[in-house]
Write a protein of this length. Structure first.
Length: 388
């Protein structure tokens, strides 16, 4: 069953802060329900005390339910403790108490010892493993209950049917809530990013662009070496203005981007060599955009610090859970302490253009440099929105 739990987790939607918050809210509600269910189970078993052939064993079973309810309430409160071991133990205890009923009550029992108390384990599986987990737990509990009975009444079948259907439905609803919370969180972040970009665009337009335009005009007027400076300032002004217009334009309609096709655009004859898989590597558009921007920043560093036509190599590797992209050159390497000095003096190109972008995506950017050249290793997780 532990192996099945691992497979359930792999096909479940990726865990995000929003999804974890939804799951935690569900488990807080389940904690209250567990207390109600255990009180109901204790009351019913006390009321039906004359139904037990072995009263001492019945007391032990009821005590185990009460103790586990207290422990489970504490254990499920922290997401870090919601492991497969805890969930399997929870369900195994519920199944064991159902299976022990004939030995404690006799073969002709009517109601099981835990009764509705087993819903706590069922709903825990539904909340954590969603549709598949709720369905599995319901089938297991219903199957054990029905297999112990000499005669299956309509009421027994109805209770078993509700366990199976209820677990699957609650699991589906939990998954839907988590996806909606994740999408809402992403939409709020996108809106905040768009607002910040618009603000920065206004600041750049009112400040940097005006200065670049002034430098261009004055440089051309004065001539000489300053004319070349003016020309460069004009190029930067046009490039920056085009970037601002692109950011202020309509959002891209594609939800995913083929990273292989986009990287092929970076290849320049005799300068940049791009190696990619022979199949498309689809990434969410925002992730691909930032990864491509970080790659371009790496290549810009090669052009500026190694040479305009210095060779560079880009290698893309795709795995089920991540993509790894490396950018390598054969330049003299980066002297020790150079990046730290640049950051201290306010030049944050590497930290923001490369590391900052990748870290914002939940990935890592590792720099390896020496006499044989410099290599950036960019690793980004591949998120999917599929539900199992």
């Amino acid at each position: 069953m532990l192996g099945f739990c691992c497979r359930l987790r792999r096909v479940s939607p990726p865990t995000t802060p929003a999804a974890t918050a939804v799951e935690s809210g569900l488990f807080r509600a389940l904690a209250v329900l567990r207390v109600i269910l255990v009180l109901n189970a204790v009351g019913l078993n006390v009321y039906r005390a004359d139904n037990f052939e072995h009263p001492a064993a019945a007391v032990m079973c009821v005590g185990a339910m009460a103790l586990w309810t207290g422990f489970a309430t504490w254990a499920y409160a922290d997401p870090r403790r919601r492991t497969a071991v805890l969930l399997v133990t929870d369900l195994a205890l519920a199944v064991a108490l159902v299976a022990a009923t004939p030995a404690v009550k006799g073969a002709s029992f009517n109601a099981t010892i835990p009764g509705f108390w087993v819903a706590g384990a069922l709903l825990a599986w539904a909340a954590h493993f969603r549709t598949g987990g709720g369905l599995l737990a319901g089938l297991l509990l219903a199957g054990v209950d029905l297999s112990l009975r000499d005669h299956i009444r309509q009421l027994d079948y109805g209770n078993a049917f509700l366990l199976v259907i209820g677990g699957a439905v609650v699991g589906f609803l939990c998954g839907s809530l988590q996806r909606m919370a994740t999408e809402r969180d992403a939409a709020e972040r996108a809106a905040a990013v768009a607002a910040e970009r618009a603000r920065l665009a206004r600041v750049v337009h009112d400040g940097v662009l005006q200065v670049l335009a002034l430098v261009q005009r004055r440089g051309l007027e004065l001539g000489g070496d300053l004319a070349e400076l003016g020309r460069l300032a004009g190029e930067q002004e046009r490039s920056l203005r085009g970037l601002i217009r692109a950011e202020e334009g309509a959002p891209a309609t594609a939800s995913t981007v083929d990273l292989v096709g986009e990287l092929a655009r970076l290849e320049r004859s005799g300068s940049v060599t791009v190696s990619t898989p022979a199949f498309p590597v689809e990434l969410p558009a925002p992730v691909a955009t930032e990864l491509l921007a970080a790659t371009r920043a790496c290549l810009d560093n090669v052009r500026v610090h190694v040479g305009e036509d210095a060779p560079a190599w880009v290698l893309l590797e795709a795995f089920p859970d991540r993509v790894e992209l490396s950018v390598r050159d054969d330049g003299p390497g980066i002297p020790p302490g150079r990046l730290e000095t640049a950051a201290e003096t306010g030049r944050l190109g590497v930290r923001e253009s490369i590391r900052g972008r990748i870290e914002d995506l939940g990935g890592t950017a590792t720099l390896v440099t020496g006499e044989l050249g410099t290599e950036w290793e960019l690793v980004v997780p591949r998120g999917t929105g599929e539900d199992g």
